[in-house]
Design a protein around this ligand. Structure first.
Ligand SMILES: [Zn+2]
Length: 428
């Protein structure tokens, strides 16, 4: 989807819908703006239900201050204006009060973006702006002063967050990623002290010494592949909606009968993926003109080594990841469903996805369908798309239940005898 070809009012509607729909703002809180080519600022209106905005509700403020539209601009317009004045490279601003970021805002702390590999690069350095009255010029100056230092993501004391971008989609991704970091850190701190990635580990990822893939032009697309592409898109969107994926992260693949496989592209927004965006990988080559997800070699080796696996997902949902960034293990002996789908759930070292592809791929035997990678991700395998998706969802829900149980009492695990009964009854 070419988001840059959408009118500013439509971009704002699309993103507001997304932010409100995923519980990242309330009806009255939060505002978005875009600075267009004529230096006009398009912004959400004051006092209109964020859950029911229409295109004609979006307000346009001309460079001379004239307001065009049916409403007043957001009461926070002053800080949007001052951010654009301070940073000519920014063309979009997202402001909201999502609960997890408000938790950090009211204890005046900044969420850590060093728990997983990509968050620091997406959000950049995070700043904190001093409290001032909402809508005041003083608040605008406090925020703009932090942006002026080249920072794109700014926490507001006792208020929320403001994020800028070169377009609204970049600003949204930064906002969503920072909110994800906040949710992850809150989850992790409920069970331990989260470990941060070291500079050396960050450098190791940047190295990117994966072998390059060749290219090929598919001669045709069979009905098997077309059905897989369609069903993958449905489940990728569902993964996003269930917050198992974020907009740019979450890898899904499925094997085709001839041994080739179809995989998500690198970087594209998971919310809007279409069948044509997915990438076929055959032998050592990818469909011409497309870039597959970076873990493509691991997917390939898993399929080569394990005929019983036809689908692989790599994701980093915020409850399972609490176990990836702390020293706690995710013990699936909680309820029968969890044990049946997850089994042992071992933890692999941080670089398992990048370095030892061979050793990592070999781990996914029938009694190890899922593994957590320290400070990185969870790798889920399945006999088909739905089985892999179900397993990921069960893992995330199980992790969530364990995190919540912490304040209720000690967890009573299912005993060895009952586990044996489960293994016999469900032919595990
Ligand atoms: Zn606000």
């Amino acid at each position: 989807m070419r988001c840059d070809l959408l009118h500013p009012a439509d971009q704002i509607l699309l993103m507001m819908d997304r932010i409100y729909g995923y519980g990242m703002t309330t009806t009255s809180g939060g505002n978005l703006s875009i600075l267009d080519e004529q230096n006009q600022i398009w912004i959400t209106p004051a006092g209109v239900d964020k859950g029911a905005l229409t295109r004609s509700d979006i307000v346009c403020v001309k460079p001379d201050g004239t307001v065009v539209g049916h409403h007043r601009p957001s009461s926070e317009f002053p800080f949007h204006r001052l951010i654009y004045d301070a940073r000519p490279d920014l063309r979009a601003v997202v402001h909201a009060h999502p609960p997890a970021l408000v938790s950090f805002s009211i204890v005046r702390r900044i969420p850590d973006t060093r728990l997983l590999p990509n968050e620091r690069q997406i959000c950049g350095e995070i700043g904190m702006a001093e409290y001032a009255l909402p809508g005041s010029r003083e608040l605008g100056e406090n925020i703009a002063a932090v942006f002026k230092r080249g920072i794109d993501s700014v926490m507001l004391e006792n208020h929320g967050v403001v994020v800028g971008g070169t377009d609204l989609f970049q600003a949204f991704q930064r906002f969503e990623t920072l909110d994800f970091c906040a949710r992850l850190e809150i989850n992790a701190r409920r069970i331990g002290a989260p470990a941060l990635l070291s500079d050396e580990q960050f450098r190791a990822i940047e190295g990117g010494d994966e072998p390059e893939l060749g290219e090929f032009v598919p001669e045709s697309y069979g009905t098997e592949e077309l059905a897989i592409r369609r069903d993958m898109c449905t489940l990728i969107k569902r993964s996003y909606d269930q917050r198992l994926f974020t907009s740019t992260q979450g890898t899904f693949s499925h094997r085709l009968a001839d041994g080739s496989f179809v995989i998500t592209p690198y970087g594209a927004d998971r919310k809007y993926l279409e069948p044509e965006d997915l990438v076929r990988v055959e032998g050592g080559a990818a469909e011409a003109g497309k870039t597959p997800s970076r873990s493509v070699h691991l997917h390939r080796r898993i399929y080569e080594l394990h005929p019983h696996i036809d689908s692989v997902i790599i994701a980093h949902p915020p409850n399972v990841m609490a176990f990836a960034v702390t020293d706690r293990t995710l013990d699936s002996r909680t309820i029968p469903e969890s044990y049946i789908l997850m089994r042992q759930t071992p933890k692999l070292p941080f670089d398992a996805v990048y370095r030892d592809t061979e050793g990592t791929a070999a781990r996914f035997t029938k009694d190890t369908p899922i593994a957590i990678v320290e400070n990185n991700c969870v790798i889920v395998t399945g006999q088909n798309l739905l089985n892999a998706f179900d397993r990921l969802e069960v893992a995330e829900y199980s992790a969530k239940a364990i995190l919540s149980a912490g304040c209720l009492g000690d967890i009573a695990h299912i005993g060895p005898e009952q586990i044996r009964d489960l293994e016999i009854a469900f032919k595990l």
